[in-house]
Design a protein around this ligand. Structure first.
Ligand SMILES: NC(=O)c1ccc[n+]([C@@H]2O[C@H](COP(=O)([O-])OP(=O)(O)OC[C@H]3O[C@@H](n4cnc5c(N)ncnc54)[C@H](OP(=O)(O)O)[C@@H]3O)[C@@H](O)[C@H]2O)c1
Length: 176
């Protein structure tokens, strides 16, 4: 059976997820903890750019690196490589994964969203970088997604930005 495909992302109101220069343009420790917890011990799908930014971070997670390069060598032997989203889903399935968590970046979110069952979106109250082209796909104008959970994160001593954590499920073909 294919694994469930979950996409996890932090974006601002304009769906910006990354700075033009690379990296994430805000720091929100609460979201980092949420991301660490939600990806722990999971199979992940990451684009080559994001994988290289996250070198040394993966720990108990197994990333599958999406790349068109036939010669790409991951940093750790157990990390995997795939040249398409269906090929990555097949790698996860053949290894018994029940879930594949898509962790970006922008190119990978765009390629993977047709295959996604669930979106976990942290919407961050950050209005810098409004011109960055590094964005999440425009899922909000599609009728395909149902909001199933919403959690407000207020500012506190360690988190200088407000955020909302939203979960969406893909509707069944009959719209339920
Ligand atoms: N806010 C968040 O939640 C979040 C999460 C993750 C990343 N980010 C940010 O996103 C930015 C990176 O995004 P990005 O779009 O530049 O890069 P990316 O999606 O991480 O990686 C792009 C690379 O992935 C490969 N790729 C993409 N689509 C493919 C496909 N359909 N088939 C085969 N290979 C494919 C290609 O590798 P090859 O060139 O090797 O073929 C491509 O150059 C960074 O700024 C990062 O910090 C933000």
């Amino acid at each position: 059976m294919n694994p469930e495909v979950t996409m996890i992302v932090a974006m601002n109101q304009d769906r910006v997820i990354g700075s033009k220069k690379g990296g994430i343009p805000w720091s929100l420790p609460r979201d980092k903890s949420h991301f660490r917890a939600r990806t722990s011990k999971r199979w992940l799908l990451v684009g080559r750019t994001t994988y290289l930014e996250m070198t040394g971070w993966f720990g108990d997670r197994t990333p599958i690196v999406l790349t068109r390069s036939l010669s790409f060598q991951p940093e750790v032997k157990s990390h995997r490589v795939a040249s398409s989203v269906p090929a990555a889903i097949a790698v996860a399935r053949n290894n018994g994964a029940r879930e594949l968590v898509v962790c970006g970046g922008s190119a990978v979110y765009h390629a993977a969203i047709p295959f996604a069952d669930r979106l976990i979106v942290t919407k961050v109250g950050f209005d810098g970088e409004i011109n960055s082209p590094v964005r999440f796909p425009d899922f909000e104008s599609s009728a395909e997604w149902r909001l199933t959970a919403r959690e407000q994160w207020n500012r506190d001593k360690s988190n200088s930005l407000e955020a909302e954590m939203l979960t969406y499920q893909k509707k069944a073909k009959n719209g339920d």
